[in-house]
Design a protein around this ligand. Structure first.
Ligand SMILES: *Cc1c(COP(=O)(O)O)cnc(C)c1O
Ligand code: SF4
Length: 336
């Protein structure tokens, strides 16, 4: 089948089918991108440690034939992942200690984060949860009632964060039921969803999903995750417009990644493209030091210089807050 035709066919599928057709082997992805395997430092061993997973919607924004494409670099398993870096560990942000019960992280004042699922539509090689014991920590349907009880019994909690993994991988029915249970808790003011799906699998943003989110009686905030302006393609723009027009507040968080976005012009371009679709830049995270991600690290000094350059170029509302996560701290640490 000619490629254009097969892509048109793919993007007409529902999100579950699109997800089932995601690239899961290095060979398939490289063939699609017209890259020969020997021009890349690929590693099958790395993909065994943490599986490769890339939806076509994301891969379609990569530049064919470019082994250094900033989107490709985020998802391609490479040999650098097997290098041991000192100070990199399995649980760099102390999430395992912060779990008050399975799937419930209560680390910061007033906010509780629920790990609704361990899965993601895309596997980002730099992910701090790549080594996370998901099976022990994710909130199963059966454990939901325990989480709801915990939240109900503590009136200091005012915001629930649905996270993961990617919480928008839950079915509409499961999401709607969870939101209904949270809505019934009087002291909750806001529900915040942390999801990369509007960026990497925008077909997930269906009318039905938008209705579930927009009809919630609590304030609804969606924090997406995009690292590079090239990720904001036409399908993403359509999805963000749907969300924005339904009154959902949209923010973005990025991770500062060597070889992806460690450049002031790239960061400025990302902020501009995000705002154009109604998304306000929120956080720019320093890399969490998770085993297997050392080659993505940008030093704190370099990071500050970069963000100062962004500050000198853009209005304040387009400058993301440079933060780092410190295990045991009362909030994310602001670096500027
Ligand atoms: C990052 C994080 C939050 C949210 O922090 P904000 O600064 O409010 O965005 C909440 N809980 C946990 C466990 C987190 O890691
Ligand atoms: S979408 Fe987020 S949680 Fe999922 S693999 Fe990427 S960085 Fe990790």
């Amino acid at each position: 089948m000619p490629e254009q035709l097969s892509e048109t066919h793919h993007f007409a599928l529902n999100w579950q089918l699109q997800l089932s057709e995601a690239f899961t082997t290095i060979e398939d992805l490289c063939e699609y991108l017209e890259l020969s395997l020997n021009e890349l430092a690929i590693s099958q061993a790395a993909s065994k440690q943490f599986a490769m997973r890339v939806p076509l919607s994301f891969a379609a924004s990569m530049q064919k034939g470019n082994p250094d494409d900033p989107l490709l670099r985020q998802v391609l398993p490479i040999r650098d992942e097997l290098v041991d870096y000192t100070n990199f560990s399995l649980d760099p942000v102390g999430d395992i200690q912060a779990a008050v019960q399975p799937g419930v992280l209560h680390k910061y004042q007033g906010r509780v984060l629920l790990i609704n699922t361990g899965s993601c539509a895309i596997n980002c090689r730099y992910c701090f949860r790549r080594n996370f014991p998901y099976n022990d920590l994710q909130l199963s349907k059966q454990q939901e009632s325990g989480a709801i009880e915990y939240i109900t019994s503590d009136p200091t909690i005012t915001e629930i964060i649905l996270s993961g993994g990617d919480p928008l991988l839950l079915s509409d029915a499961r999401l709607a039921s969870l939101i209904r249970q949270i809505e019934a808790i009087g002291h909750i003011k806001r529900i915040r969803i942390h999801s990369r799906l509007p960026i990497v699998l925008p077909a997930r943003v269906t009318d039905e999903l938008v209705k579930i989110l927009a009809n919630c009686s609590k304030q609804m905030i969606l924090v997406v995750h995009s690292n590079h302006a090239n990720e904001i393609n036409g399908r993403v723009i359509t999805a963000c417009n749907l969300l924005k027009n339904s009154g959902i507040t949209l923010f973005n968080q990025s991770v500062l990644l060597k070889g992806v976005n460690d450049n002031a012009a790239i960061l400025c371009d990302l902020s501009e493209k995000l705002l154009a679709v109604g998304i306000i830049p929120y956080y720019l995270h320093l890399l969490d030091k998770a085993t297997g991600t050392g080659h993505f690290e940008v030093s704190e000094i370099e990071a500050k210089i970069l963000v100062e350059q962004v500050q000198n170029t853009l209005p304040g509302y387009l400058v993301p807050k440079l933060v780092k996560e410190q295990a045991g701290a009362a909030s994310k640490q602001y670096l500027l």
